[in-house]
Design a protein around this ligand. Sequence first.
Ligand SMILES: Cc1cc2nc3c(=O)[nH]c(=O)nc-3n(C[C@H](O)[C@H](O)[C@H](O)COP(=O)(O)OP(=O)(O)OC[C@H]3O[C@@H](n4cnc5c(N)ncnc54)[C@H](O)[C@@H]3O)c2cc1C
Length: 429
Amino acid sequence: MQETREHTQSYYAATANWQTDYPLLAGEQRCDVAVVGAGFTGLSTALHLAERGYDVALIEANRIGWGASGRNGGQLIDGMVEVEKINEIGRKYGESAASTVRQIGIECRDAVLDRIKKYGINCDLKFGFLDVALTQQDLDYFESEIKRKRAMNYPHKMEMVARDQMHEFIGSDAYIGGMVHRGNGHLHPLNLCLGEARAAEDNGARIFEQSMVTRIHHGARPRVETADGVMHADKVVLAGNAYLGKTEPRLYGKVIPAGSYIIATEPLGDTLANEVLPQDMAVCDQRVGLDYYRLSADKRLLFGGLCNYSGRDPKDITASIRPKMVKVFPQLEDIRIEYEWGGYIAITIKRIPQMGRIQGNTYYAHGYSGHGLAPTHIAGQILADAICGDAERFDVFERIKHWKLPGGKWFANPALALGMLYHRLKEIL
Ligand SMILES: Cc1cc2nc3c(=O)[nH]c(=O)nc-3n(C[C@H](O)[C@H](O)[C@H](O)COP(=O)(O)OP(=O)(O)OC[C@H]3O[C@@H](n4cnc5c(N)ncnc54)[C@H](O)[C@@H]3O)c2cc1C
């Protein structure tokens, strides 16, 4: 994929509600908090801080939502950390830490809905999510999830779907059953980013685009440098996630970038769209390199998958993903693919997001390890709370020890690819 400082050529960029054109950061400026990176993590942090009266500068290397946040599958899923990992947190850091993480997982979807509602953001929000099963093990997992969540008074309705009911939800014979979640759903992620940027601006945040931060001088008052300017700040937030690279050498290698890719068909028309996904739900299967898909507002199928840990993009995204789509929906064999794109997710070895501080006044949050749309939103709120002096939830994450891979991306990816191969073998076995 050839990247530029403009949006990748996705369906989302082609249907963005408007184009942003914020200025470059130039000259010497000052602010209370400089937020580096305008994906959901940075936008959520900046908006929460601006709402509380902070003078915020949001500095983005490319465009608002240029990274994973403006390119993703748009699947709105709650939960932040897998159950096994929450139990591990309980064993190592106490039940109260585990309960905080569990509660954050329940709240994070609402953190997105709150932004959409409060600022009237038009981002094609739809409710309804279908998890699909390929194996009996998947079905057993769904049953146990429903049971577990009922026991904890989980607020959303979830139900099993038997094999002979699957056609009420999906026009495919690829699955042996499923689980419906009425509270999760899907949306147009780039339009959500744009709406949040406008809300931050309306609350007084200053936004800079095409202004890559090249260096941060830490100290009592950090200096955030770009090619054309310097921002003096009391506090800094690093929200570059998989795209941060070596901007902050102490974070390099803490997350591993992994590629995920999406194709968008031509509009299917009402009849075919209704056949494929009659209830317009977002869908995903349970494999490590999962398929995830949904309809767009103009009734294209957006089909994603092929998580790639090798550090290399596929030569031909459509050639890699289309066969997966046709396997699930043979009726789409002759449908044209009109967009293809990909982006980078940040994985952590523990599969738990990382939050922390460098030299006391530079904060970071990254490594959502898969689905991040909802977790990024609550992470922004937790960062903003910490900056405002309430670090209770932030501290729970900061205490969790994480490993760093020496050599960052290029060393780490082959190691991770081997790990993933092991997971794939487990799936096959
Ligand atoms: C193809 C794909 C599909 C996905 N599908 C889903 C999904 O359906 N549901 C879901 O929940 N999650 C999904 N995810 C994951 C989700 O998109 C991410 O977890 C989330 O968007 C991460 O947000 P972020 O703000 O932390 O990072 P990003 O959105 O990646 O933003 C980081 C930003 O920081 C900027 N930046 C980096 N370094 C600098 C610097 N030095 N100076 C200035 N700016 C800098 C980058 O340009 C970028 O805009 C998907 C991800 C991908 C790639």
